[in-house]
Write a protein that binds this ligand. Structure first.
Ligand SMILES: Cc1cc2nc3c(=O)[nH]c(=O)nc-3n(C[C@H](O)[C@H](O)[C@H](O)COP(=O)(O)OP(=O)(O)OC[C@H]3O[C@@H](n4cnc5c(N)ncnc54)[C@H](O)[C@@H]3O)c2cc1C
Length: 165
């Protein structure tokens, strides 16, 4: 089959583009979940995942069941594309206000227990209202048998549309 040339796209509406990486990272730090697209044998799939963003490693951590469609896709092709959204809803002008970050990267499963502990801390501190109490209840044996993953972010773009009126 003929391979298409890889194309480079950019945000067309320059006034909506976020160029500051720190602003993009802030979206990944404050949202509760990301939606991630995957592909295997030319078949698309997507899942939403509650996540914790590790800024120093520029990666997202998540946990999931030990089996299922997304893990079959991940084994076949770990390249993913995802997005996180801050949704500000419809404005009085019937416009839609949002801040969105898209990212490309690789999804890996974590086997090392100390990384799982770190991943769980990052995740729970981001998504839970009472993180330290929740973390205190997670026993190492339980964590060892929990499936955890990481998305290593290789590319990010950001766009926001927040009408001023
Ligand atoms: C806000 C949010 C946060 C989530 N956080 C997590 C998380 O942290 N970890 C996690 O593992 N999962 C999370 N989920 C659920 C996740 O999106 C998947 O539904 C789930 O992980 C099962 O994926 P799977 O590929 O193993 O599906 P499987 O159980 O293998 O199911 C395969 C088939 O079931 C159907 N299916 C699966 N999930 C859904 C669904 N959500 N809605 C409709 N049809 C579905 C699809 O047709 C798919 O082909 C979250 C979902 C939402 C909406």
């Amino acid at each position: 089959m003929e391979k298409r040339a890889v194309m480079s796209f950019h945000i067309r509406r320059k006034e909506r583009e976020i160029t500051d990486k720190a602003e993009m990272r802030q979206v990944l730090k404050t949202t509760k979940y990301v939606t991630v697209a995957m592909c295997m044998d030319n078949e698309p799939y997507l899942v939403s995942l509650s996540h914790g963003y590790d800024e120093s490693k520029n990666c997202l951590y998540f946990h999931c069941a030990p089996e299922g469609k997304k893990l079959v896709f991940q084994k076949a092709n770990n390249k993913v594309w995802g997005q996180a959204i801050l949704d500000f809803g419809v404005t009085e002008e019937c416009d839609y206000a949002y801040t969105c970050v898209e990212f490309g990267g690789r999804m890996e499963l974590i086997s090392d227990l100390s990384e799982k502990q770190h991943a769980m801390q990052v995740l729970v501190r981001q998504v839970s209202l009472n993180p330290e109490a929740r973390l205190a209840k997670i026993k190492p044996e339980k964590l060892a048998s929990t499936t955890m993953g990481r998305i290593n972010i290789e590319y990010m773009s950001g766009k926001k549309h927040r009408p001023t009126k």
